[in-house]
Write a protein that binds this ligand. Structure first.
Ligand code: NAD
Length: 311
């Protein structure tokens, strides 16, 4: 099968490239290298077709789609905090880019899209863990941009008969991660091991999934579903607080910093941050998915890997 991965030089996308190659897919990658890094795919450049392409350019996108069976759409600006100060980034990089891709798919007759959505589409759910049937009420422009992309994909799927698989990922962590709370905290401690500023009151609840599990879930959802439109939560089955993440990082670095919490509003770290989010994964389980690591294990393995990676 011929797969195109948008954002394939990014964190999750590059792990997906590795897995698709191992499964015998023919792999093309397009990426504008805005947040991704060519180093993430250097080891497979002789096995894939890589083009530096920006999805905001429709003509280049059309060319890239030639001879493609399935698109794994992972390109986006993934940093939730960006939308607090520059909301247009998420509108352009996520919504406009996805619209261009769908238009290119329609014109080039590509029949399947697998989309990297996010648990942020749920906003602040009343209860956790939340199922796929819960209403989508995002509280960040990032979350809103992902919900808008889901709706565009739904319309294209219905109108033009494309198969669509929507994956609402929890916090994905692992080797090559370059954004988000774990990476930020490690970098801060590397600069100053004596004091650590933590955004929020530390009680924010999150579910973490290791990237190997997230990629496995992605392929199961793609390979074990028929035509039509499908939505899946992708997470481990438990959750931990930001303070627990901080403890794992300080333990692994052998640091004993003064911890300074910086809460705003109801204890969150920034406008658009969610206080409690965790996902039910019954739908994926029915397809045979079982995460190998829980949240704590995924965080610890990642912290060790990032410490090794950053020297
Ligand atoms: P990442 O930044 O490492 O990967 C995104 C990739 O998309 C980068 O390589 C970037 O250069 C590329 N890109 C961005 N805009 C582009 C454009 N206009 N044209 C072409 N390429 C473009 O981030 P990631 O963590 O690997 O996230 C991958 C996807 O998963 C994103 O859609 C993100 O929103 C989603 N997601 C990530 C997480 C997480 O915890 N990491 C959670 C939920 C959803």
């Amino acid at each position: 099968m011929k797969a195109l991965i948008t954002g394939g030089a990014g964190f999750i996308g590059s792990h997906l490239v590795d897995k698709l190659l191992a499964r015998g897919y023919q792999v093309k990658v397009i990426d504008n290298l805005s947040t991704g890094r060519i180093e993430n795919i250097t080891h497979v450049l002789n096995k894939i077709q890589f083009t530096k392409t920006d999805l905001k350019n429709i003509e280049d996108t059309l060319k890239a789609l030639k001879d493609t069976d399935v698109i794994f759409h992972f390109a986006a600006n993934p940093e939730v905090r960006v939308s607090t100060v520059s909301p247009e980034v998420h509108f352009n990089e996520n919504v406009v880019a996805t619209f261009n891709l769908l238009e290119a798919m329609r014109r080039m007759d590509v029949r399947e899209i697998v989309f990297a959505s996010s648990s942020s589409v749920y906003g602040e759910p009343e209860e956790i863990p939340v199922s796929e049937d819960a209403p989508t009420r995002p509280v960040s422009v990032y979350g809103a941009s992902k919900a808008a992309c889901e709706n565009l994909i739904h319309a294209y799927s219905r109108l033009y008969g494309m198969k669509a698989v929507i994956l609402r990922y929890a916090n994905v962590v692992g080797l090559r991660l370059r954004h988000g709370v774990i990476y930020d905290l490690i970098m801060k401690l590397r600069k100053d091991p004596t004091r650590l500023e933590v955004l929020g009151d530390g009680t924010q609840v999150r579910s973490y999934i290791h990237v190997d599990d997230a990629v496995e879930a992605t392929l199961i959802a793609h390979e074990r579903t028929g035509g039509g439109y499908h939505v899946f939560n992708v997470a481990s089955e438990d959750w931990i607080t930001v303070d627990e993440v901080v403890n794992i990082i300080t333990e692994e670095l052998g640091a004993k910093p003064e911890i300074i919490h910086k809460p705003i509003l109801h204890g969150v770290g920034w406008p658009g941050d969610v206080k409690r989010i965790a996902l039910r994964i019954d739908r994926l389980r029915e397809l045979g998915f079982k995460p190998r690591m829980n949240s704590k294990e995924a965080v610890r393995v990642t912290v060790k890997a990032l410490i090794r990676e950053s020297g």
